[in-house]
Design a protein around this ligand. Sequence first.
Ligand code: ADP
Ligand code: MG
Length: 186
Amino acid sequence: MANSTPMSPVLLSRYLGQQYPPTEQQAAVIGAEPGPLLVVAGAGAGKTETMAARVVWLVANGYARPDEVLGLTFTRKAAQEMGKRIRDRLGSLAQNADLVRRLDPSGELAKNLEVIAPTVATYDAYAGELIREYGLFVPVEPDARLITDAELHAIATDVVVNYSGGLLTELGSNPSLGTWWKTCSL
Ligand SMILES: Nc1ncnc2c1ncn2[C@@H]1O[C@H](COP(=O)(O)OP(=O)(O)O)[C@@H](O)[C@H]1O
Ligand SMILES: [Mg+2]
């Protein structure tokens, strides 16, 4: 159950022995009411940091269990980093028994922290997992997978090269393969 007076992001970061506190802007995001939230920030602005702290804040204040967390990002490197930061932080929270008891004297939070298994993945990997697990309901073969850009190009080339009819493109009829690719990437 969610705490009626949640612990502030700055106080939580202090209790967790974080090296530096979140900035005012980060704190506003970390401790925002649960629900959809769009945050726009540039490279190196502290987005990953903020997302990790947001997860810990939500868990610490009883809004979510670790296994209810889903973090998606574009690259494998970013997913790895986000996953590590989230797990490390939830781990520090779990180890701080005094803090956990203070946040939730009922013991539910301590129980929730026994298994720290958030899902953090790339969009592609997660989509693939959904297909593997639930594809048959659609129905899609469970071993179906997303094709890569290179495979996409290979298949498209194959289709064009093996097409025996006439081709009409913006650049004229029956263009060379090179011209066709140019048309595709316009
Ligand atoms: N409030 C803060 N105070 C000091 N350093 C911070 C703070 N927030 C993030 N950082 C540091 O800034 C750097 C970039 O943060 P990061 O979350 O990786 O940014 P982004 O994901 O937006 O590229 C990291 O080294 C991080 O530890
Ligand atoms: Mg980042």
